[in-house]
Design a protein around this ligand. Structure first.
Ligand SMILES: [Mn+2]
Length: 475
C-alpha cells in the first residue's frame, strides 16, 4: 500500500474537525484535507494511505521542521525560473524592475500560506481598480491551486472595502474569521488599493502580530501612517513612481510572479478606472473597466449579497459572453441616462479662460440602481463636458452634504482646487466638517446646518478670481 508522509499544517475548529495535510511523494507536494476522528494537532508528523487514512502518527519537532523545510523548498521552486516582469510602458520599466524583489518575496509568502491552508483574507477597494486587483489575485491563486493540485477549498475570504482605511472594526472582523482556524503559519492579510492613511494605524496595530500582511498600494503615503511596520508593503511611491502605477496593475504584476499569467486587459482596465496617464484607450480594457465600475458600485447586480462582491462572481459573468454583453450595455445606458439627466439641468458659469459647471447629483441618480456613484460619475461627466467644449472645464457636483470638484488636468495646477478647499475649510470651521483630495479632484463635506448653496457660490467665485488673476499675470 502507498504511504505518504507529511504534516498537519492547519486545523479547522468546527465540531467535526478538519485538518490540512501537506506531504511529499516523489518530490511532489500532496495537499489534502483530512477529516477523521483522530485527535491531531498542527505540526503532527503523520503517514497516510491513499484513502487519506492515518496509519501512523509521530510527534517529533525535528521531523516536522525538516519536512516543512523540504515542503517550502519544493513549493518555492515554481518561482525559480520566472522571468522578470516586463512592461511596454517605457517610463516605468526601471521602477517596476526595482520592485521585482518585493514581488518575489511576497510571492514566496503567499505560496507558503496557500499550500499550508492558512487562512487568507483579501480586502480590495470597491472600484474598478481595486476589483481588477482582486480578480488578478483570484486568477493567479486558481492557477496555483491547479499547479499544486490542491484538493480542498483553500481558506480564502474576499472582502470588498467601501471605506478608504483599514479600521479597528475591520481588524476585529478579520480576527474573528481567522479564529475559526489554527494554523502553523500565521494567517495572511492582503490589502489592495486602499488604506494608506493614519486612520488605518489602529486596525493594522491589532493584526500586526497575528497576521502576515501583503499590501499593494498606490496612494500617496500620508504622514503618520506606519507603513514601515508592514514588511511586504509595496507602493510605487517608495520606488520613484507615483499613483499612475495603479493598485490593480500592481496586483496583475504580482499575479504574474505567482503564476506566470499575463493580464494585459485587466492591467489596462485598472488604469482606465483610476485615470492613470498610462491608461491606453486604444487597447482593450475600457469595457471591462466600465463593467467593474458598475458591479462594484452596485454589487446586487451580480452578487448574492448586497454589500460584497467576490472575484468568483465576477468570473461567472466574464465566462458567460451573453450575460457580460448585456451587463455592459446596461452599464452604458445607465451612464448615458445619468449624463443626459445632468445636462438637462446643469448650470454654466463663464470665467475668463474656462467654463465652470454646477450639477445636482440627485437629478442623475438612478432610482433602482446605485450605479453610478457620485464620485466616479463626476469624472465621467467632466469627460463628457470636456469633449463638448474647447475651453477647459471645471465641474462642481453636489449631493447630500458633499460638494465635489473635478478639474481638467490641463488647468489643475493653475487652479489648485485643493488649496481653495483647504482655505474655505480653515476660514469656516463651523460649517465645513471635512475637505481634501488633490489638485484635479477634491471634495468637502458641510455640516448639517450649513447652507451648501452659499459654499458652492463661494467656490465658483474663488475659481473665477484665480482664473482672472492668473490670466492677467500671463498676458
Ligand atoms: Mn486605485
Amino acid at each position: 500500500m502507498e504511504v505518504i508522509e507529511g504534516i498537519i499544517t492547519c486545523t479547522k475548529n468546527t465540531s467535526n474537525k478538519k485538518y490540512v495535510f501537506v506531504g511529499i511523494k516523489d518530490k511532489k507536494l500532496i495537499l489534502r484535507e483530512l477529516s477523521n476522528t483522530h485527535d491531531l494537532k498542527n505540526g503532527d508528523y503523520v503517514s497516510i494511505n491513499e484513502k487519506y487514512e492515518i496509519i501512523k502518527k509521530i510527534t517529533s519537532d525535528k521531523k516536522t521542521e525538516e519536512k516543512l523545510l523540504d515542503i517550502y523548498s519544493i513549493a518555492e521552486k515554481i518561482l525559480d525560473h520566472k522571468k522578470e516582469y516586463t512592461t511596454s510602458i517605457k517610463e516605468i520599466k526601471k521602477i517596476l524592475s526595482s520592485m521585482s524583489q518585493s514581488f518575489l518575496n511576497s510571492s514566496k509568502l503567499l505560496i507558503k500560506k496557500l499550500i499550508t491552508g492558512s487562512p487568507i483574507i483579501v480586502r480590495f477597494h470597491n472600484d474598478a481598480d481595486g476589483s481588477s486587483g482582486a480578480y488578478a489575485l483570484f486568477l493567479a491563486i486558481n492557477e496555483l491551486i491547479k499547479l499544486f493540485d490542491i484538493q480542498y477549498k483553500p481558506h480564502i475570504t474576499w472582502s470588498m472595502q467601501k471605506t478608504v482605511s483599514y479600521g479597528i472594526e475591520d481588524s476585529m472582523a478579520d480576527l474573528y474569521i481567522t479564529s475559526q482556524y489554527s494554523s502553523l503559519e500565521k494567517p495572511l492579510l492582503l490589502i489592495t488599493d486602499f488604506g494608506t492613511s493614519k486612520q488605518s494605524n489602529g486596525g493594522v496595530e491589532k493584526v500586526l502580530e497575528k497576521f502576515d500582511i501583503i499590501w499593494l498600494e498606490h496612494h500617496p503615503i500620508e504622514e503618520g501612517f506606519n507603513y514601515k511596520k508592514i514588511i511586504n508593503y509595496i507602493n510605487p511611491w517608495l520606488f520613484g513612481g507615483d499613483s499612475n502605477i495603479t493598485a490593480g496593475f500592481l496586483s496583475c504584476i504580482f499575479a504574474y510572479y505567482l503564476s506566470g499569467l499575463e493580464l494585459a486587459e485587466l492591467e489596462n482596465a485598472s488604469m482606465i478606472g483610476d485615470y492613470s496617464i498610462y491608461a491606453d484607450l486604444k487597447k482593450s480594457g475600457a469595457e471591462l473597466s466600465a463593467f467593474l465600475d458598475m458591479v462594484t458600485s452596485d454589487p446586487r447586480i451580480i452578487s448574492s449579497v448586497s454589500n460584497n462582491l467576490t472575484p468568483a462572481e465576477i468570473a461567472a459573468v466574464l465566462n458567460d459572453k451573453e450575460r457580460y454583453a448585456s451587463l455592459l450595455s446596461s452599464a452604458k445606458i445607465k451612464m448615458e441616462e445619468s449624463i443626459h439627466a445632468a445636462m438637462d439641468k446643469i448650470r454654466q458659469y463663464k470665467s475668463k479662460t474656462l467654463l465652470i459647471y454646477v450639477s445636482d447629483f440627485s437629478l442623475s441618480r438612478n432610482r433602482e440602481s446605485r450605479y453610478p456613484l457620485p464620485g466616479r460619475f463626476s469624472s465621467k461627466l467632466l469627460d463628457y463636458l470636456s469633449s463638448k467644449n474647447t475651453l477647459p472645464c471645471v465641474l462642481i457636483l453636489y449631493f447630500g452634504f458633499y460638494i465635489s470638484i473635478r478639474v481638467d488636468k490641463k488647468i489643475a495646477e493653475k487652479l489648485d482646487i485643493l488649496k481653495i478647499i483647504t482655505t474655505i475649510k480653515s476660514e469656516h470651521e463651523d460649517d465645513v466638517e471635512a475637505g481634501g483630495g488633490h489638485i484635479s479632484a477634491a471634495s468637502m463635506k458641510v455640516s448639517e446646518g450649513a447652507d451648501k448653496k452659499e459654499y458652492i457660490k463661494l467656490i465658483v467665485n474663488m475659481i473665477k478670481e484665480k482664473d482672472n488673476g492668473e490670466a492677467q499675470n500671463s498676458s
